[in-house]
Design a protein around this ligand. Structure first.
Ligand SMILES: [Zn+2]
Length: 517
């Protein structure tokens, strides 16, 4: 079986065939695309005595050093390091290729030039969405946009969209992957698509007007925003009976939240609704979806595209690849990317279920799948959220606890210092919207117990809010992304400066004291 089968039969191959064809495709990709035209990897491979021929099996990929987010960040000496990762083709190398000569003979030089332009010239850019670091640009050529369209079409296919479906894309208008992938899911998937621009552009009211007009079958967007949207729709007594699929991205999605979305959908008359999640990141230039699954069963995981990239799961401490089904950090290597290219990219995201190649129990497709929950630890680290009251807190778990807790709708975790004094202890305030008319005292007790049991920390205070108040707290209609975790503690630098000042004063006092004795 040749490597083209990887593309044509991406959802029908067995593990040994996938691994063999991916290794073959990787070798070709390195030889023809990455090593001749990537300044960064040419140098890195030379330093490590590697070349394309090193890669005979997929295990050989482990010889390539990892690339991390930090490698792409600018430094004072090299402010634009992301540029080293952009492929810059050399005309001379391309011209020498036999197929170039043949194409020039058959179709003329103009056609050859056009082909190279379309393959390599960056024409589109998205940015990473990290909160503290400067956003890093990631470049696409037309070839990459074609692959993004392929990923969009497949997403529509796996989510079982029908050609007559109408899709409302509520991701914010932004140079971020999520918006564009949702756009291509509709357009390349052949669905009537309306992109509302999300809460910041249209507000919840504006988006609801679109729902009334379009009567979408499929809703795509971020979980928190869609929650508010459906909550308000239900409050206003709106009907949208034909809504049968919600596709979530941009944040993680718990089973409890899916149930809350289905309950709200029921209130607007959508009785047959599936909620599926996607997982993707800027550096992959695509995202992978779940397929619809029975509501009382677990998800069958994210369906990966073996022709577009290789996903590895590694032990984050040793860097070694773990066995199938084992938890670990996700590492991605593209097989078709042009423009910005990163190999063995460490995502900082963790899967607790690992990889499987077994055919999907629900849709029957045979492809690698990522099982279990994915936590984006990098984001939590970036916000210094991992340490509260001096204790290491698993915020991903805390989010799951809150999303799964019954009788609460939207929520927000706020960190402060007691009395706003930077030298005081951390304080965790939990803002919640209670639903189903629950008793506040009992709910507070229940939330405290759930938090203590699962994350070994409990909130200092639980404050109850109306849906509207929570919308304001989370910045619905104002922020690009609704805020579920906010840190109102003084910034570390401020604390350091204050501590230094305090120490200096103390030292001064000691010295002054010493001088008098
Ligand atoms: Zn499936």
């Amino acid at each position: 079986m040749s490597v083209t089968a990887l593309r044509n039969r991406w959802q029908q191959l067995s593990e040994p065939v996938i691994r063999r064809l991916q290794a073959e495709k990787l070798r070709e990709y390195l030889r023809r695309v990455v090593l001749p035209f990537s300044a960064h990897y040419r140098k890195l491979f030379q330093e490590h005595g590697l070349d394309a021929e090193t890669f005979r099996t997929l295990e050989d990929l482990q010889r390539v050093p990892f690339t991390t987010k930090t490698d792409l960040l600018g430094t004072t000496a090299e402010p634009q390091r992301f540029k080293d990762f952009i492929l810059v083709p050399e005309q001379a190398v391309l011209a020498r290729r036999p197929e170039t000569v043949l194409k020039a003979l058959l179709h003329g030089r103009g056609s050859v030039r056009q082909g190279f332009e379309s393959e390599f010239r960056p024409i589109f850019v998205t940015f990473t969405t990290g909160r503290s670091a400067e956003p890093t640009p990631f470049f696409f050529s037309q070839h990459d946009l074609d692959n993004l369209a392929t990923a969009g079409r497949r997403l529509a296919e796996i989510c079982a969209a029908k050609p007559e479906d109408r899709l409302l894309n509520t991701f914010p208008f932004a140079p971020h992957l999520a918006f564009w992938l949702a756009h291509y899911t509709g357009t390349a998937g052949g669905l009537l698509t309306l992109s509302s621009g999300g809460g910041k552009v249209m507000g919840t009211d504006g988006t609801l007007r679109h729902i009334r007009k379009l009567k979408p079958d499929v809703l795509i967007g971020m979980p928190t925003f869609i929650y508010h949207l459906l909550h308000q729709a239900a409050e206003e007594g709106m009907r949208c009976e034909n809504l049968r699929r919600i596709v979530l991205g941009g944040e993680k999605t718990s089973l409890g939240l899916r149930q809350k979305l289905r309950d709200l959908a029921l209130e607007i008359g959508a009785t047959n609704l599936d909620v599926v999640a996607t997982y993707g990141f800027t550096e992959a230039k695509l995202a992978w979806p779940e397929c619809p699954f029975p509501h009382d069963q677990p998800s069958s995981g994210y369906h990966l595209y073996p022709d577009l990239g290789i996903t590895e799961v590694i032990n984050p401490q040793t860097g070694e690849t773990v066995a199938p089904g084992q938890a670990g950090e996700l590492v991605f290597t593209p097989l078709e990317a042009r423009g910005s290219v990163v190999l063995r990219y460490r995502t900082g995201d963790y899967t607790d279920g690992g990889l499987t190649y077994e055919p999907c129990p629900y849709c029957g497709r045979s492809m690698p799948r990522l099982l279990g929950n994915i936590s984006r630890r990098s984001e939590v680290k970036e916000m210094n959220f991992d340490k509260i009251k001096g204790t290491l807190v698993d915020f991903n778990e805390l989010e799951h606890v809150l999303d799964n807790a019954p009788n609460i709708g939207a929520w927000q975790v706020e960190l402060r210092k007691i009395n706003d004094d930077p030298l005081e202890l951390d304080e965790l305030i939990l803002h919640v919207q209670k639903i189903n008319g629950a008793d506040e005292e009992r709910l507070t007790r229940d939330l405290n117990e759930r938090c203590s049991a699962r994350v070994e920390i409990h909130p200092n205070r639980v404050l109850f809010h109306t849906a509207e108040e929570i919308r304001i707290l989370q910045g619905v209609g104002v922020a690009l992304k609704e805020q579920k975790l906010v840190d109102h503690r003084p910034r570390v630098e401020v604390v350091k400066a204050l501590t230094t000042t305090a120490n200096a004063i103390a030292c001064g006092a000691v010295q002054a004291g010493g001088g008098t004795s």
